[in-house]
Design a protein around this ligand. Sequence first.
Ligand code: NAP
Length: 491
Amino acid sequence: RGPGASGGPARGDLRVAVIGAGMAGILSAIKLREAGLDFVIYEKADRLGGTWRENTYPGIACDVPSHFYSYSFALNPEWTHRFAPGPEIRSYFEDVARRFGVASMIRYGTEMVRCAFEGGRWRLKTSDGSRDEADVVIAATGVLHHPAYPDIEGIDAFAGAAFHSARWDHDVPLAGQRLGVIGTGSSAIQIVTALVDRVGELSLFQRTPQWITPTPNAPFTEEEKAVFRAHPEAMQQIRQEVADRYIAGFSNHLSDMNSPELLLIHEICKTHLESSVKDPVLREKLRPDYRAGCKRLIMSAGFYDAIQRPNAKLVTNPIERIEPMGVRTRDGALHELDVLVLATGFRVDRFMRPMEVRGRGGTDLDTAWRAGPTAYMAISIPDFPNLFMLNGPNGPVGNFSLIDVVEREFAYIMQLVDQLRSGDCREISVSRGAMDRFDAERREAARHTIWASGCKSWYLDGDDLPTAWPWTYDRFRDEMRQPRLDDFDMR
Ligand code: NAP
């Protein structure tokens, strides 16, 4: 390339540091390689796969259809099911990373502990004390990453095995055991459904019931897989159809809690509950008092069957404390257990932290995010130049393919990187004015979303305002096509 509009020299030598080798980090590496940029991926663990490496609990599967939860450029004819099990997804990412030649670019066991923008470059420090420099940092560090442990008295006193759903201890035997599960999110529902027939007794401690959409998970037949191998366009077609269906029937309507589409989903969930649960007492215990979609929708065909098994018990009396023998509820009952699973979710306000991040003039991220994490278009923060996030704060994160989201975000980021490459500028981040405007509009729109319709969930910030993308998915796609460069501070 020749000189940029501002007359600066073109820079073909940009170095990019990607943090995290999960779905978004692998995608970044593949695209950076295609673009001919120098890059490195830092990964704190000894294996790639992000959430699919961390979460290995029994029953783990992706509740987004397999051909949609795949990179658009690496469709997979071998998916065994409509909704692929977790280990298969992890293998898929490992396989793609190898096939696209980026697996060897990952520095494993190297946690990034500090990134500071000094003298026009990012100065990086890792946990082993080594240092690096980069012109651009891409934070592909995930959202649901740091386990949230419940603040329940006596939790350390439990005599049996206790662990978080994202820290599954596979050495603990389950056959015939008395298993307790705290939580009724997507993780807990998959665990309960998978384990009820393996354990002796299962107690599910429910603080809040959940709406569940009936979602059968049929396997792909050998004939279907043969068609996919011979005609990849058949997978592309499925991907497109699923995306269109999700967007038209769901994702475009989350922004309007009164939309007929969301009311229809509510009716589907209600019918699912009423036609599946026979005992009226149990049915009412399982019936949420808020709108379907307010919390993240749970997709399951088997949960209502599982919780009606003779060895399953739904405990709705609040937990008083945990004792060596089990869980004591407020009514005085002791629910004796051998194994306790904390399916209690994640700290969703962390993003790339605990890493120390310092932008221009030493601005530190904890200070910039004092009022809660925000990012323009979920990607850029004022005064943190050449730092871009994938699946950053305020992005679309509800029951949709995060792969589709990340591919669009990455294409947008590459257009910002092109401003640097062409020499048009050496530093680029959203301007303060554009950030403030985006945030004000986001906050106003958030009040009308389904997540604000009257429930608690991880979508809400400390002021109970939904933090996710509050507009339609169509708007997200439009925004991601091309950055509005006027909104950026380019130096
Ligand atoms: P979650 O949705 O945040 O659910 C946490 C559960 O723990 C809630 O039921 C919560 O109750 C309960 N809980 C937390 N603290 C508690 C306490 N002190 N006492 C009693 N109950 C307590 O977490 P998750 O199930 O791990 O799911 C998190 C997200 O991961 C999902 O929403 C989804 O985005 C993603 N995920 C996706 C899949 C997939 O198939 N794609 C699978 C699993 C997870 P309250 O509702 O009362 O707060």
